[in-house]
Design a protein around this ligand. Structure first.
Ligand code: ATP
Ligand code: MG
Length: 458
């Protein structure tokens, strides 16, 4: 059974109230019970004082004289608050009993387990008894005085009280449940409104934000959190759309170029060297498409979160040598010299394959955007555990620098058409760095050169 939130709150409140009520009712009953019985005990005590003061003691025996006290109605009648008296001598023999004691009944068959005051019944009447020693002048016990009063009235009061408490208990709980339920439903009304407004938001109106509540409470924080979440979702949706449109554009451009070339070729017969030249161009474009699809696939894999980076302890030197070997042809075409200054035994923590992709992209950029006849320096700083790739090429202006890691972002439009690339390389590098806990930094000055630094976790 699933209870509604408001009913759950009401139920918890009611349970708490039930415990409190039981406690309060218990205290009330305890106080009333004690008060009622202490009143009876006070009466018995007063009666005892009176009787003892009227007793005539002769040496070690008690002489029962006719005392005015005995004549009082309470000792002779049974109806109106009777007080029963009984005196036993030292040997336990009854030497006096008040006339109102019904039948042959005596008070001494009740024992209060040596307590002074205790309860008993006589002739269907509930009584409270008090038993006291009768002492002679030397303080020796020469008999016992037992006094009993009716506790019928106190009993009735306590009985009525119990009934009142038993009947009022469910009423209190019922009222508590209803009021809690009403209060809870009022309290969660804004939450329901929030649910309604939030569920009305979909792809089409993702720009909508929830109305902030007037008071800065938990609800305010919840609304704020949902709005922040919507902000992030909207941003990522826009990025996704942008990415899809950029990706299709990047794919469509070489495809149209291929189609255009093929249409020109098919129109009429050409000389074999024209075919050779055009087909070589098409192969170049297909290669570009191939690289682009490869990059898109890499990004999709990283984005899906299925790529797990291995945390291996790697020798940096052979990795750098392998990357340089891969790009040395392109570097020599531009007459760019690559210098490496990495101690032989340098160890880093990373995923070998990902690290090769990262360094490969950075070296490729350094060649592409480097200076003809220039140089590239690949160095290691042991103190900061970082690898730097520095070129003396065109550099990046401060206007473009913050955006170079964005997908499909290419800084220099005029060069973009000359230098091949799709603007995905650095976004891949950054993503791979993130999943390996590697931090990436770039410093650049337009016209002077660019340095990328890779800081490895220690
Ligand atoms: P791709 O790497 O996908 O083939 P790309 O090299 O153009 O294409 P990125 O590597 O992401 O894309 O680089 C983004 C942009 O940053 C480049 O277009 C370039 O303008 C600029 N850039 C990157 N590295 C350098 C560098 N070393 N010197 C100057 N500009 C750079
Ligand atoms: Mg690149």
């Amino acid at each position: 059974m699933t209870l509604k939130f408001k009913n759950r709150i009401a139920l918890f409140n009611t349970l708490a109230m039930a415990f409190t009520t039981i406690l309060v009712f218990g205290i009330i009953f305890f106080v009333v019970y004690n008060t009622a019985y202490s009143h009876l005990d006070d009466d018995i005590q007063a009666e005892k004082e009176e009787v003892i003061s009227n007793l005539f003691l002769l040496q070690d025996s008690i002489v029962i004289n006719k005392m005015p006290e005995w004549e009082e109605a309470e000792h002779s009648q049974i109806e109106v608050n009777p007080t029963f008296l009984q005196i036993n001598d030292k040997q336990g023999k009854v030497i006096f009993r008040s006339v109102n004691l019904p039948g042959n009944q005596l008070l001494d068959h009740f024992t209060g387990n040596n307590k002074t005051f205790y309860n008993g019944d006589i002739d269907n009447q509930r009584i409270r008894l008090g038993r006291f020693p009768i002492l002679n002048e030397r303080g020796n016990e020469i008999g016992k005085l037992t006094i009993a009063v009716s506790r019928e009235e106190s009993n009735n009061v306590l009985g009525n009280l119990i009934w009142v408490l038993i009947i009022s208990f469910p009423i209190v709980l019922f009222v508590q449940f209803i009021t809690s339920s009403v209060a809870a439903s009022r309290a969660i009304k804004p939450v329901n409104q929030l649910i309604n407004s939030a569920s009305a938001i979909d792809d089409c109106n993702i720009g909508t934000r929830l109305k902030m509540p007037p008071h800065k409470d938990e609800l305010y924080e919840l609304t704020q959190t949902i709005n922040d979440l919507l902000e992030r979702i909207e941003k990522s949706m826009l990025q996704q759309r942008q990415f899809t449109s950029d990706a299709s554009h990047e794919i469509r451009t070489p495809l149209s170029a291929i189609r255009g070339t093929l249409e020109v070729l098919i129109r009429r017969e050409r000389a074999p060297e024209v075919y050779e030249q055009k087909i070589a161009g098409i192969i170049g474009m297909v290669d570009r498409l191939d690289v682009l699809l490869d990059q898109l696939l890499q990004l999709a894999r990283i984005d899906s979160g299925k790529t797990n980076a291995r945390n291996e302890l790697l020798q940096l030197h052979p990795i750098i040598s392998a990357v340089i070997k891969k790009w040395e042809k392109q570097a020599s075409e531009e007459n760019i010299t690559i210098y490496t200054k990495i101690p032989e035994e340098t160890l880093v923590r990373a995923d070998k394959f990902f690290l090769e992709v990262m360094i490969g992209n950075l070296v490729n950029n350094a060649i592409k955007y480097g200076k003809k006849n220039g140089h590239i320096l690949i160095g290691w700083d042991n103190k900061s555990q970082s690898l730097s790739i520095e070129d003396n090429g065109i550099g990046i202006s401060s206007k473009h620098l913050p955006h170079i890691f964005n997908r499909f972002y290419r800084a220099d439009e005029s060069r973009s058409s000359v230098v091949k690339g799709s603007g995905l390389g650095l976004s891949i590098v950054q993503k791979l760095a993130t999943i390996q806990n590697i931090s990436l930094q770039v410093t650049s000055k337009e016209g002077e050169g660019t340095t990328f630094s890779i800081h490895f976790p220690s």
